[in-house]
Design a protein around this ligand. Structure first.
Ligand code: PEP
Length: 254
């Protein structure tokens, strides 16, 4: 069965102590994940080890993700963090190509292909983000825009590697805006992306790849969004910073 995933993206929020407290509050709720369900916490680099030791236990399907890694293997790139470094501290997931990184740090589909390769070479599952800006949605060109992001960053991968990816569809106009895609818009795009994956990799591989929705997922709308047949959970920013809200989102996984 395809994985269903609640992924928290803390972005550049919370002090170390606030992060510990948030994790404690979430863990205290003891939300049990079924075998096919995962919760992933994408936290700032300095919190990775603390978060891993708090959440990665044998009983729960809880994991830690980095929010980014650099697109070069190693070398004179002061301030950057490599996929190999993440692997050396046993990090198993990494968010790749969040729209904020594409916009503020000029990340391109080509550099994201390099990051994806480096993650996979280091046994890290990329949570690959894609999604269109408002102008593209208004022009009705969202399908080709998002399909192109997948093609340019992922389609050099062989099927067995592609099958290990997690994709997050995050329409930029819905991120941090309080404006969520409707369930129809989300399902339509997710079904389309799965068809693009199926065309390239075949139905079986496409059916194995979780496609998360991101963009103002809240406690109050998560269940409705996750109920869509091609929506396999969410990548959650703002609501992941509030224990009660994120707990409700974890419980909304199907
Ligand atoms: C995100 O950070 O990926 C995100 C979707 O943010 P928010 O849930 O706040 O819209």
């Amino acid at each position: 069965m395809r994985k269903q995933i609640a992924a928290a993206n803390w972005k550049m929020n919370l002090t170390f102590q606030q992060g510990e407290k948030l994790l404690d509050d979430i863990l205290d709720a003891e939300v049990k994940m079924a075998d096919h369900q995962l919760t992933i916490f994408a936290v700032p680099y300095p919190y990775l080890l603390m978060t891993r030791s708090e959440v990665e236990t044998d009983e729960q399907n809880y994991y830690v993700a980095a929010q980014n890694c650099y697109h070069k293997k190693s070398g004179a790139y002061t301030g950057e963090v490599s996929a190999e470094m993440l692997h050396s501290i046993n990090i198993k997931y990494c968010v790749i190509g969040h729209s904020e990184r594409r916009e503020y740090f000029n990340e391109t589909n080509a550099t994201l292909a390099e990051k994806t390769d480096l993650c996979l070479a280091n046994f890290i599952t990329p949570i690959f983000c894609c999604g269109e800006p408002l102008s593209i949605r208004e022009a009705g060109k969202q399908n080709e825009y998002v399909a192109n992001q997948l093609k340019e960053s992922l389609f050099h991968l062989p099927a067995e590697k592609a099958a290990t990816l997690i994709i997050a569809y995050e329409p930029i106009w819905a991120i941090g805006t309080g404006k969520t895609a409707t369930t129809e818009q989300a399902q339509e795009m997710h079904r389309y992306l799965r068809s693009v994956l199926a065309e390239k990799y075949g139905d079986i591989t496409a059916s194995e790849i979780p496609i998360l929705y991101g963009g103002s997922v809240k406690a109050g709308n998560a269940a409705e969004l996750f109920a869509c047949p091609d929506v396999d959970g969410g990548l959650v920013g703002g609501a992941s910073l509030v224990a009660g809200d994120f707990i409700a989102i974890m419980k909304a996984l199907k």
